[in-house]
Design a protein around this ligand. Sequence first.
Ligand code: GLU
Length: 486
Amino acid sequence: MSEEIRVRFAPSPTGYLHVGGARTALFNWLWARKTGGKFVLRIEDTDEARSTVESVNGMLHDLKWLGLDWDEGPEYGDGIDPYKQQKGDKGPYFQSQRLEIYQKIAHELMDKGIAYPCFCTDEELEEKRKKAEEEHRSVHYDGTCRNLTKEEAQRRIDAGEPYTIRVRVPQKDYVLEDEVRGRVEWKAGTLGDFIILRSSGMPVYNFCVVVDDALMGITHVVRAEEHLTNTHRQLILYEALGMKPPRFSHASLILGPDKSKLSKRHGATSVGQYAEEGFLPEAMINFLALLGWNEGNDREIYSVKELIECFELSHISKSPGVFDKDKLVWMNGQHLRAMPVDELIPLVAPLLKKAMPDDKRLDDPVIMHKLVELIQVKMTLLTDAPEVAKTFFEASEPENDEARAMIETEKSKKLFEALAAEFEKCEWVREGYNASIKAASKIAEVKGKDLYMPIRVKITGSCHGPELVGILDVLGREETIARLKK
Ligand code: GLU
């Protein structure tokens, strides 16, 4: 039986979910969904000073908005405390709740001699570092406590001397076959014995990551390139634990349009901000996927389902992705206009009702459906809806001189008068509109372009837009006649 694929997203909750984090989450999620594996969410909150509950909630909220559901990890929802309610049998999924696990394992490594207690004080270590620097020697830990006898070490522990736990770093080369970056090598001697547990009992970051990935059965680690240097220590720790390391994929950084590392300077970088600006999660997912991954062709539009089908770790690109907001806007328009109207209505209706709170027509589901159908073709962002819909709710002046000239001819005036009279008595359905237009066209003696264009401009102010009969559906009889008579 082939192994079950288990991946994880392991954010540090020190801020909002940014574009880079969301992309990491997405790549892992896609790989799990493609392979039928498990996507684990682990919160790396051992940095007590910087981790906040708000950040945890914000990240869970934004992941959910994106549709990146997790199989194991903290629960999220109304009235749920994610610290208390968690799903999966390999938890807890907050590192702050796993301190005893790290401490126990660090001590086990110490008992086996794979790690050892170090009694050097901060002052002594600082002194050693300075001296080594002056003498142009390597600043690695010099191994003072490495060869203490077991008895000596135990005597000092029993005497209550504070100590850290250091892992013995084997003096040999380490090689990583990264799925994205290829072969990466670290030469023997580039690292000294490093601390895994501080004297306060707090574990260090790389130790927590390895213990968790090992105990949670993670088979593939997909993360950003900035973690590549940590991998050296992590490989040493896997070996110390006697565990097989997962396969690693380090995705390239995301750059801003000016080719420097993406940051706040480049505008919004938080996922929540994009949600507020009116972007669709589907468009965001499509855009994030292509920031550092492609199928090997220049295809740009994917549904989430298509991404799951096409995604391969080996196609994560070695070169950095460039964040181009104009492209995101364009993609959003593509996704938005391709959406079924029934799915768009619940997203757009609250925005319309907020912009036009007194308009009773919005309470009629038939009108709402027709309205959304009409404005959809003109929208790029969800937040465009009220502006686009205004055409239907407020009579606008002709958009330019040409349009104005069109409605000011004698024939046009006659046409509007006749049409208003026909509309008064016709049945307010499409057949009725068409019959009325035909009758008015005879009375005013106009046809073709001189017939439809002036009507459109008189009613909407614009020479362009959705089909006329759709506009009439939404406007209703009273409003249409009032505009023709104005
Ligand atoms: N907690 C780390 C971060 O938020 C991720 C660690 C990892 O993926 O190994 O950057």
